[in-house]
Ligand binder design. Sequence first.
Ligand code: ATP
Length: 251
Amino acid sequence: MFMQAGEVGNSAINDGKQQQHLLSMTGLCAWYRTETDAVISNLHLEIGPNQIIGLVGLNGAGKSTLIHVLSGIHRHYSLERLKWRNEDASLTSLAFKRNRYTVFSEDESFEYFTFEEYVRHVFRSYGREVRHDTLDELVEGFNFQKYRNAFLGQLSMGSRRKAYLITGFALRPELLLLDEPVNGLDFESTEFLYRLMNEYRSYGTILFSSHVLESLCLTSDSIIILEAGSIRHTFLQGEMDPEHIRGVLNK
Ligand SMILES: Nc1ncnc2c1ncn2[C@@H]1O[C@H](COP(=O)(O)OP(=O)(O)OP(=O)(O)O)[C@@H](O)[C@H]1O
């Protein structure tokens, strides 16, 4: 069952037309210290295929935690039910693992890998062949040519972000999770990223967090407002006015 536009509750997302879910999860709780101190509580999420979904919320609302849970790297959580492509699954199911990739807001992993080595490693891990023409286009679009053989650990924050973004967009998973992807990107790369996101509907779904309401509205098919670990509101197409969203956020 899908929520209607504007309905308030702890559930989201679909345009009401498609009855197929890429992902649905019910009763998600997540915490850091103790279960009674949950930072995400009883969250229900439904994500359709081929959608761009924005995640917005004030600092500390739980956006990164939700993305970490969906990425399978947050250990402290409980979940009533998760379905991946309408089949019962878990966060560690192979089918789900091999069809999601995350660009984290902070990532210092693989610091002794060059970008080229990292891409090869990721594609091998996912059992995919690198499409060199696609990779080259992404490298050029992000103006990343001169960093191809630099160690990831030696790159600036923005360039390292580009390395993971290029990898994610080249991999084209069914679910691409991006935590504050525009952070640290220069103007041209930000424009290029929005173009890529808009084109991604042909390949899969993007769930991304951002604080930039204007571009969230231009890019997303739906926007979820997260507040204190719960979904406060979901905006669907036609209702995405930055001022309106700002008003709901500040209430
Ligand atoms: N490593 C941690 N240990 C303990 N508590 C944490 C940790 N990381 C986050 N939290 C807490 O979890 C809650 C949600 O944080 P989270 O980082 O998910 O929010 P966010 O919406 O991504 O915020 P921001 O917009 O500032 O990035 C906050 O109360 C935060 O203090």
